[in-house]
Write a protein that binds this ligand. Structure first.
Ligand SMILES: NC(=O)C1=CN([C@@H]2O[C@H](COP(=O)(O)OP(=O)(O)OC[C@H]3O[C@@H](n4cnc5c(N)ncnc54)[C@H](OP(=O)(O)O)[C@@H]3O)[C@@H](O)[C@H]2O)C=CC1
Ligand SMILES: CCCCCC(=O)O
Length: 457
């Protein structure tokens, strides 16, 4: 797999990056493992947290440059790219200011004696990350790992090598020692070999089910801890007492965020029958009215998809859905000409025997379903092999909370779109993966939570 920067707005090949060799990998693992064995990893946390503070400041200082690199490399709106640069600095600061508290020994009342749990690093981790949030996906692994003392070797997606390179540059400039974070332009086979290496103790992966399954299988074979964040087919439930205009505005934003290439964006719109027609009318107007174009233009609201392959895959998915009886309510086609653009699309009347019913559309394609009541909404939400996130709109908060508790996902957001913040755990269930990133939960995924007990004398 070649590591290349291809501008998805123009399809221009900007740069090809050389792959790393097996010898490069050996060096990276040797340096990282020696760092893990050093005082840096096992000693006081303060020096590691100072690196995170400096990293956040460096990111702030280069915000516009970093945002532009992401937009040119994977096509997200420049405003979304700025948001991403902002949040990775916030993640770094969050762990810089909270990790010591999270990792402090926690006492346990025991009749056997004085007991407590200590939190120790476990060793070198592997991160395998996707292109849709090219900095955020890296920082979500790096910040807690650095705070805990776990060095990381990282394989980023092959279409965002510039983002991968500049992230490593920032980490080094922030004063992280060699081995704390090493980006590797490598193949899937080399990833498998790294997981098998005795110096590697865990793997964090975000991406597709296929890749996640391969990585989890290899990690399982070698008894390494892993966390997976994979696809989602999140519901956007609009109940009959929802604020419709608010739900429409947020629904259009969520479905089209990152050109629909976000695992937690709204994908299955589940509408109470009493408001379905009215919502669909407004939603259709909203989707049809967005300005599609150059993601560097501040007025653009829908940019290109990440690659020509992604557009081809989405086109085939829509064709298959229609061939199995879905109704094309809006859009449905790739935009002819330069760049990887796909029309805002709405599919309705998707029956359960249509493959689309169970599929995630990783692009600007909304599926619309109509239900009679709350129970049907929950039943449809849970009739999925995924379980990442979801949203519920109702002006009766107790009613919305009841649905939220019954929906089988890693998170449910009431009267807003699913998103992320450093203090909130991120992850899912079923085929959306396992484990949590961010928050106090995230930093404890790859630490040895060690019990120490002093027997009563
Ligand atoms: N949860 C999330 O945030 C995301 C989920 N996805 C899901 O993935 C689907 C496809 O997106 P895509 O980018 O192709 O996702 P992939 O899973 O193919 O890519 C994610 C990362 O995994 C790597 N990878 C792929 N296959 C393997 C393998 N067998 N062993 C080791 N590493 C591997 C990729 O490398 P390389 O780039 O070199 O192939 C990339 O670094 C989307 O439709 C969506 O469902 C995608 C992006 C984000
Ligand atoms: C908002 C951040 C989301 C990152 C993972 C995803 O695509 O859902």
């Amino acid at each position: 797999m070649a590591y290349q920067t291809i501008n998805p707005t123009t399809n221009e090949l900007i740069k090809t990056y050389p792959n790393h060799t097996d010898a490069d990998i050996e060096t990276a693992l040797d340096v990282a493992h020696k760092l893990y064995k050093s005082e840096w990893s096992k000693g006081p946390i303060a020096p590691r947290l100072q690196v995170l503070e400096r990293l956040a400041d460096l990111i702030d200082a280069r915000k516009e440059e970093l945002a532009r690199i992401a937009t040119v490399e994977m096509g997200k709106l420049i405003s979304d790219a700025r948001d991403e640069v902002w949040i990775i600095a916030e993640i770094a600061r969050y762990y810089a200011r909270n990790a010591e508290k999270f990792l402090a020994p926690s006492k346990i009342d025991s009749p056997l004696g004085e007991a407590w749990v200590e939190h120790h690093p476990i060793g070198v981790l592997l991160a395998v990350e996707p292109w849709n949030f090219p900095y955020y996906q890296l920082m979500r692994v790096f910040a807690p790992a650095l705070a805990a003392g776990n060095p990381v070797v990282a394989k980023h997606a092959s279409i965002v090598p510039h983002c991968a390179s500049v992230f490593e540059e920032l980490v080094n400039e922030a004063g992280a020692p060699k081995g704390a974070w090493k980006n590797l332009f490598i193949t899937s086979t080399q990833v498998a070999n790294i997981i098998a290496d005795d110096r590697v103790q865990g793997a964090a992966m975000t991406g597709s089910e296929g890749a996640g399954s391969a990585i989890a299988a290899q990690a399982g074979k070698y008894l390494k801890k892993s966390t997976l964040e994979m696809g989602g087919n999140d519901v956007f439930v609009v109940l009959d007492d929802a604020d419709l205009d608010k739900a429409v505005e947020i629904g259009v934003f969520s479905r089209l965020h990152i050109s629909g290439q976000e695992c937690i964006c709204a994908k299955r719109f589940v509408l109470h029958e009493k408001i379905a027609d009215k919502f669909l009318q407004k939603f259709t107007a909203g989707m049809a009215g967005v300005k599609m174009g150059d993601p560097l233009d501040e007025n653009t609201r829908l940019g290109p998809m990440s690659s020509a392959e992604a557009v081809k895959g989405l086109s085939k998915q829509v064709e298959r859905a229609l061939a199995h009886g879905a109704t094309l309510h809006l859009g449905g086609l790739a935009v002819e000409g330069e760049g990887n653009f796909f029309e805002p699309t709405i599919l309705t009347h998707i029956k359960r025997d249509n493959p689309a019913y169970f599929e995630e559309f990783f692009g600007p394609v909304a599926q619309v379903y109509v239900v009679k009541n709350d129970d049907e909404a929950v039943e449809l939400a849970n009739d999925s092999r995924y379980g990442l996130a979801g949203a519920v709109f109702s002006q009766n908060i107790e009613r919305a909370k009841s649905l939220a508790s019954r929906i089988e996902t890693g998170s449910v957001w009431i009267n807003t779109f699913a998103s992320t913040s450093p203090e909130l755990p991120f992850g899912g269930v079923k085929r959306s993966g396992y484990g949590r990133e961010l928050s106090e939960l995230g930093i404890k995924e790859f630490v040895n939570q060690k019990l120490v007990l002093v027997a009563k004398s």
